[in-house]
Design a binder for this molecule. Structure first.
Ligand code: GLN
Length: 192
């Protein structure tokens, strides 16, 4: 029988690739590692995982994926960037520059929580609505998202800072949704 599950790609250059693939399988989607243009065919959505944005950015160039990913998104493909992936989606990385895809109307500030708060877990602010209530967010050398444009909706804040934002079918989160059992972020990506 043909496999009718939606296929969701995970950029396979570097970073937390496996855990995103596992999360997708748990939600009944088919995860596919994306390392070449042909891997973008038939995708419902694409995830740019957390990791090191400078390394991932070089990989995007090396694998000639910059334009094809931009075209995938301009053509209506859904995309989620988590942590380093959020940096890559932003229009500009404003402190430690890294070439970005410029697909989301926010600026990113890399390693914005400094060394003392390198990694931490924090709950979504109480006023984020039922959709996200109780979400525990894992931050690892996380960026901050700043200057969101008028089309950008903030879905989750932590201590008042936007940590999950959406612009149409483009999502960016500064935490690691693949590191907990709470798969609501992956769910909206597959559904939306
Ligand atoms: N600090 C990393 C960067 O700037 C991102 C960290 C992460 O993805 N967990 O690329």
């Amino acid at each position: 029988m043909a496999d009718s599950r939606p296929i969701v790609g995970v950029l396979g250059v570097q970073g937390d690739i496996e855990k995103h693939l596992t999360a997708l399988e748990r939600l009944g989607a088919r995860g596919r590692r994306v390392l070449a243009v042909k891997d973008l065919a038939d995708l419902r959505a694409l995830i740019l995982p957390g990791g090191e944005s400078t390394t991932i950015s070089k990989g995007l160039l090396r694998h000639e994926l910059v334009k094809p990913i931009q075209e995938f998104v301009y053509g209506g493909g859904a995309i989620l960037g988590t942590c380093a992936g959020a940096i890559l989606l932003s229009r500009v990385s404003r402190n430690h520059p890294v070439p970005t895809l410029g697909l989301l109307d926010v600026e990113s500030e890399r390693n914005a929580y400094g060394t003392q708060l390198d990694s931490f877990v924090a709950p979504a602010d109480a006023d984020c609505g039922d959709r996200w209530s109780g979400m525990e967010c894992v931050f690892i050398r996380a960026p901050r998202l700043a200057e969101p444009g008028p089309g950008v909706e903030v879905l989750i804040r932590v201590d008042g800072e936007p940590v999950l934002v959406r612009e149409g079918r483009r999502w960016a989160c500064t935490f690691h949704p693949e590191l907990t059992d709470d798969l609501r972020v992956h769910e909206v990506l597959i559904g939306g």
